[in-house]
Design a protein around this ligand. Structure first.
Ligand code: SF4
Ligand code: SF4
Length: 394
């Protein structure tokens, strides 16, 4: 395993961290305990020493805590989880949530604690007005929190304000070869590193979109350029992130021991500066292909779910994008599967009542009801749409 160093305390961190959100069963909110044990055990065996979860990932903290206890591995890993700041109404909520998290995780401390999904500095200002800075100082002194940071899904313009808003130890940003100029982006990565902070990267594979089902032209480019160090699209995407020396650690949501093995192999050789001119050109060509096909930048994170109308929002967007990348019939077939059409009570894009509940949670800032309208227009045009609408209302 390749290790990088947290510049704030000299801690060695595996360049590959285990994102626990996508354990099998995550979409149903019931992560599979046996699968979690196997993935965590393999991760530690391969040298991974950083595990990431969050209060808001349904059932996930409990699953990770129980796994670590069963496997006896709590002391072998740096454990990270996140504070659900949107649910915090008063100062007493800081301890209420954190104590619950410690209970769920079956531990007495969290090594890396993040304010979860910050999209605007005003969210931090609200927490400051409730006294969060003093609470963090106290928890750090008591050893209940090791390092403090935030995960970020806001604009590039607001990011420096967030960086300077507190004495952060680290930040976590979305970063991959399609998002160089999106959210914090490359400028944000460099700005955080220049301030001496550790920088952790999430979504290096954009929810799997840079690993599987790429537009055929993009797959062909990467197949032609494949090397033993970068044999797959996923290996290319991960290596691209690790090529940046400012990146301390990259989180990948691995869903099987085999994925752990695959990513750990790539991590061994993907050192900073390992991309030359040819590799950069390959990625530029792939980006050009994606830009031709991508319509909705959904990562499948499920933060917007459940929709009160039962719509499978990420499933709709995945099908919609597939209809451009892989052809209309592929998209329609995926859409019918995602909408449970064979159940006789499908939940289609047309079921959206524009309540807006989903949009508040989307880290990609997608105008979900409008984009669902696009899904409807493209995938169920004319009489097909009218017939399905009747069926959906039965
Ligand atoms: S706006 Fe539409 S998709 Fe979003 S939660 Fe409401 S009904 Fe569901
Ligand atoms: S629409 Fe947004 S919140 Fe929902 S799965 Fe996609 S990226 Fe995540």
């Amino acid at each position: 395993m390749q290790y990088r160093v947290d510049p704030t305390n000299g801690q060695r961190i595996s360049a590959l961290g285990l994102g626990c959100m996508r354990f099998p069963g995550f979409a149903l909110g019931r992560p599979d305990a046996k699968a979690a044990d196997a993935i965590i055990a393999r991760a530690v065996e391969r040298g991974i020493n950083y595990l990431d979860t969050a209060y808001l990932y349904p059932g996930n903290e409990q699953c990770v805590g129980a796994s670590l206890e069963r496997l006896g591995l709590r002391d072998r890993v740096l454990l990270a989880t996140k504070f659900p700041h949107g649910s915090c109404k008063r100062a007493s909520d800081f301890d209420r949530f954190f104590d619950e998290q410690l209970r769920r995780l079956r531990t007495d401390h969290v090594d890396y604690y993040l304010i979860h999904n910050v999209t605007s500095p005003s969210q931090w200002e609200r927490l400051c007005a409730l006294g969060i800075e003093g609470w963090i100082d106290r928890c750090k002194k008591e050893g209940r929190i090791g390092r403090i940071g935030f995960s970020y899904h806001g604009s590039a313009g607001d990011f420096p304000t967030m960086l300077d808003a507190f004495k952060w130890d680290f930040c976590q940003i979305q970063y991959n070869y399609l998002n160089e100029h999106y959210q914090a982006g490359t400028a944000g990565l460099k700005a955080a590193a220049a301030r001496g902070m550790a920088v952790f990267v999430m979504e290096p594979l954009l929810g799997g979109r840079l690993a599987q089902h790429l537009p055929p032209d993009a797959s062909r480019i990467l197949e032609r350029a494949a090397t033993p160090e970068r044999p797959t699209p996923a290996a290319w995407a991960l290596s691209w992130v690790w090529n940046h020396p400012e990146v301390t650690m990259l989180l990948s949501g691995m869903a099987s021991p085999e994925q752990v093995d695959e990513n750990a192999r790539v991590a061994e050789t993907a050192l900073p500066g390992s991309f030359g001119v040819d590799e950069q050109r390959t990625i530029e060509q792939v980006v050009e292909v994606f830009q031709r096909f991508e319509r909705v930048p959904c990562t499948g994170c499920n933060y917007c779910m459940p929709c009160p109308q039962g719509i499978n929002i990420p499933g709709c967007f995945s099908a919609y994008n597939a209809s451009y990348a892989h052809g209309w019939f592929t998209g329609v077939s995926q859409y019918f599967t995602a909408s449970a059409i064979r159940s006789g009570h499908p939940k289609l894009a047309t079921n959206c009542v524009r309540c807006g509940a989903c949009m508040r949670h989307c880290p990609q800032h997608i105008e979900i009801p409008d984009r669902l309208d696009d899904v409807r227009r493209r995938l169920t045009p004319g009489p097909v749409g009218a017939a399905l609408k009747l069926l959906a209302r039965r």
